[in-house]
Write a protein that binds this ligand. Structure first.
Ligand SMILES: NC(=O)c1ccc[n+]([C@@H]2O[C@H](COP(=O)([O-])OP(=O)(O)OC[C@H]3O[C@@H](n4cnc5c(N)ncnc54)[C@H](OP(=O)(O)O)[C@@H]3O)[C@@H](O)[C@H]2O)c1
Length: 324
């Protein structure tokens, strides 16, 4: 009988290799920012993997998402308590540095205070949190940055995200901070991502443009970050693996300036770029200061066998094709 059951299980796995994945259906993810650039990819990935996902949105609610203003303590805590997730992934934030400078109080409320409250509720119910942070916690002068490198943000956005990290790990050292670089992927409009917005510069051949060939970035596809989130959550919740807490880093393998990103786009879509001129931006222009090189050291995730890299050319082709 026992041998028969084992044979039956093996046969089922051969005929239905997704059986193991499907059996994770009882695992529950509470996801803030599910309407955002990264949140959409995480929502899709976890649903595909059979998780039960409670995705929250604020201004872009749709039939799959729940409206929760995370700056309203009771709205946030009631929805977490009702759903009672196994894990929370917290992506919601104000992530445009210029908007943070224009409304510092609003940004602190969302990036810091809401994070504090979310982590306190999570702690009270013994729910681990993955907080999505940024390479902008570093000053960009000493890349690559290891997970224990000392942060030193050069703008207010980076400061609020660093405060959010402190709230997350202060609430529980078992929580997770995942720092990621500039993101791109399927966008609702080209200006949704600091990478895809460059495709509108390339397309506008009648308008001469100056683009920075100075700051170095490692753009990452949102699907790669969603995969890392799924790997961390599975290790922590499903496999109950030890050591899945604290700070992790992920970024794309390819380093490039904004001008080089446009060169790749021009190659992929065979579009002229004579109207685009590169400039060496030494950071003395008006506006928010940005770090020079924020490459993140991925050793910790790689040692776990985690991570995924979408080659920039294929990722950007897919992301920009609808706007070609
Ligand atoms: N994008 C990047 O290049 C990048 C780079 C490094 C790190 N990150 C980090 O990655 C995370 C995700 O970024 P993203 O690019 O996906 O951001 P995003 O596209 O701007 O999305 C922000 C999300 O936050 C939600 N939100 C805003 N105010 C809210 C409120 N009061 N209550 C509840 N939800 C609210 C938005 O909801 P609605 O849209 O429905 O209003 C949206 O879902 C952020 O923590 C960011 O700091 C992003």
């Amino acid at each position: 009988m026992c041998i028969f059951s084992t044979q039956y299980l093996l046969l089922s796995l051969i005929l239905c290799p997704n059986l193991v994945t499907m059996s994770t259906g009882e695992h529950k993810l509470y996801l803030t920012g599910a309407s955002g650039l990264l949140g959409r990819a995480i929502f899709k990935k976890f649903q595909q993997e059979g998780w039960n996902v409670y995705g929250t949105a604020f201004s872009r609610v749709n039939k799959d998402l729940h409206k929760v203003d995370i700056t309203q303590e009771s709205e946030l805590s009631n929805s977490i308590k009702e759903f009672h997730p196994d894990i929370i992934i917290h992506t919601a934030a104000e992530r445009f540095p210029d908007k943070v400078d224009k409304n510092p109080e609003g940004a602190k409320k969302l990036n810091v205070e809401a994070t504090r409250h979310l982590c306190n509720v999570a702690k009270a119910h013994n729910i681990p949190v993955i907080y999505i942070s940024t390479d902008y916690v570093f000053d960009g002068k000493a890349a690559p940055y290891s997970v224990d490198a000392t942060p030193n943000p050069v703008n207010l956005y980076g400061e609020t995200k660093l405060q959010g990290e402190k709230e997350t790990l202060g609430a529980s050292a078992d929580n997770i901070v995942l720092r990621v670089p500039v993101l791109y992927g399927p966008v609702e409009s080209l200006n949704e991502s600091a990478v895809t917005v460059l495709f509108s510069v390339l397309k506008d051949t009648n308008k001469a443009a100056q683009v920075s060939n100075f700051e170095r970035r490692n753009p990452s596809h949102v699907n790669d970050i969603a995969t890392v989130c799924h790997q961390l959550s599975t290790a922590r919740i499903v496999k109950k693996q030890a050591g899945i807490s604290g700070i992790f880093h992920w970024c794309g393998d390819e380093v490039m300036t904004k001008y080089e990103m446009i060169e790749h786009m021009s190659d992929v879509f065979t579009m002229p770029m004579a109207h685009v001129q590169w400039v060496v931006d030494i950071g003395d222009k008006p506006g928010v200061v940005r770090p020079y090189d924020t490459r993140l050291d991925k050793t910790r995730l790689k040692a776990l066998g985690f991570g995924q890299h979408t080659p920039f050319k294929s990722g950007i082709e897919e992301a920009c094709a609808p706007f070609y």
